[in-house]
Design a protein around this ligand. Structure first.
Ligand code: PLP
Length: 366
């Protein structure tokens, strides 16, 4: 720590220089986050000091969290579902598995069954919770093989996981089939829709992945990805709100006596940001955002294929992957574990950026 404080001028001059080291979003094609919508920033600033970890002190902000969860529950076709705002998909996934384990306390060697494509947060969750992680291979189309999942499940399985919008390929697992297996075997079924949860409900074609399927127990969804909120804002939505109370622990010195959340102190600001975007856009506005991202994804795939760079898969959501060796240096892209070029067409990746990228690719490959 500095002995003598800096002047505000020096401090912000230092911050300005340091921030210039960050990459320019105009060239970021690899991220599942995007600059927040100005409405989210305004709402965030308004609630900057609020702490949902002590909700009795901030009953107004706590009511916004309930509204946000209610909006998402309704979007996912179960208005009476419950849940809470997390720090993102990782925390939502950890908590879902923690809940599933707690509900089957009698099992001494619990396992969870996840697709090979699962986000690495499940590895963290299993490490922390001492769960055996059983990985289900994917079909040729890189979606989870539901029949293999059924084979791998056994009497010690506390949770089955399906992904609605995989991180690497933007694919949706056969959620209906998995939900049926979970129902039949009476297993907790968690859908990781951290990315897809703010995309799939707004697509032109209907894809079932939510509480309309009776077997779905919980859903992870991240407003801080396609929901254009400020970071950090994830949500864990649970079909039966009371289930969450299974995780309650005593909180003697707070304004509430018990909590089921993982974090103690929780920011109200991004929750206000997330709700602000949802209410500002409404379903129609979100459809327009998603439609723009999907059109850009298709244009990118089409453009790449005209240069002979084939798609790796046809995605369900706005993640495009290609069989490609190299791309021009100035673009920040990512590569999947299978070695495919991966580009996420987030809202900041506008059509002019796609065209600029294609022009660069054209020079390299044409
Ligand atoms: N689940 C999926 C499907 C994701 O794509 C991601 C992140 O990209 C996560 C979970 C983890 O989310 P977070 O980085 O917000 O913790």
């Amino acid at each position: 720590m500095l002995n003598k404080g800096m002047t505000e001028k020096d401090l912000f001059s230092f911050f300005t220089h340091t921030k210039e080291e960050d990459l320019d979003h105009n060239y970021i094609l690899s991220s599942m986050c995007t600059p927040p919508h100005p409405i989210a920033v305004k709402a965030h600033s308004m609630f900057i000091e609020t702490n949902l970890g002590d909700p009795g002190l901030f009953p107004g902000t706590a009511s916004l969290e309930r509204l946000l969860i209610g909006r998402l529950a309704t979007l996912f076709h179960h208005p009476t579902a419950g849940g809470y705002a997390t720090s993102g998909g990782t925390e939502s996934n950890i908590q879902a598995l923690r809940l599933a384990k707690e509900l089957r306390k009698e099992i001494t060697t619990p396992n969870v069954v996840v697709p090979e494509s699962a986000h690495f947060s499940f590895k963290k969750a299993c490490d922390i919770l001492c769960l055996e992680m059983r990985t289900v291979p994917l079909n040729n189309d890189l979606r989870m093989d539901a029949s293999k999942a059924a084979e791998i499940i056994d009497k010690n399985t506390v949770c089955l996981v399906g992904i609605a919008g995989t991180t690497e390929y933007g694919l949706i697992d056969p959620i209906s089939e998995l939900a049926a297996i979970a129902s039949e075997q009476d297993i907790f079924f968690h859908v990781d829709a951290a990315f897809g949860g703010m995309v799939i409900p707004f697509l032109d074609r209907e894809i079932r992945f939510d509480f309309l399927l009776p077997g779905v127990t919980s859903i992870a969804v991240d407003p801080h990805k396609m929901g254009l909120s400020t970071i950090p804002c994830g949500c864990l939505i649970i079909r039966e709100p009371d289930m969450l109370n299974t995780l309650n622990i005593e909180t003697p010195y707070l304004s509430v006596k018990q909590e089921f959340t993982l974090s103690g102190t929780r920011p109200g600001a991004p929750v206000a940001g997330a709700l602000a975007v949802l209410d500002y856009f409404g379903v129609e506005g979100m459809r327009a955002v998603v439609s723009g991202c999907m059109q850009n994804t298709l244009r990118l795939i089409d453009g790449m294929e005209t240069f002979g760079i084939q798609r790796a898969v046809t995605p369900d959501v706005n993640v495009a992957t290609f069989i490609c060796r190299d791309i021009p240096d100035r673009w920040k892209v990512s590569w999947t574990r299978r070695g495919h070029l991966r580009i996420v067409c987030m809202p900041h990746v506008r059509r002019d950026r796609i065209e600029a990228f294609l022009a660069d690719i054209g020079e390299m490959y044409a």
